[in-house]
Design a protein. Structure first.
Length: 84
């Protein structure tokens, strides 16, 4: 595993985001679970054969839209921090 010189900062950001994730509404958890790929629909329950497409029934407005943007920014920051 590779860490940058700013590892304590990255660790703090990660820990804060995880605490926020645990307190987040279920919609936010689904965004994280589905990896935030909005244009791409994913099957989340393949084992039972049921196809559940979460984004078909949701519109990204208000607070949810802000969460998506925040998650994408955080994800980009974390990927940049581990680039070699």
């Amino acid at each position: 595993m590779v860490f940058t010189k700013h590892f304590p900062l990255e660790q703090n950001i990660r820990d804060q985001k995880m605490v926020r994730f645990m307190k987040a509404p279920m919609e936010y958890r689904h965004l994280i679970w589905l990896d935030g790929n909005l244009p791409q629909k994913r099957t989340v329950n393949q084992s039972s054969g049921k196809r559940i497409i979460w984004f078909d029934n949701r519109s990204l407005e208000g607070e949810l839209k802000g969460w998506v943007a925040e998650w994408k920014n955080y994800r980009a920051l974390m990927f940049e921090s581990i680039d070699l």
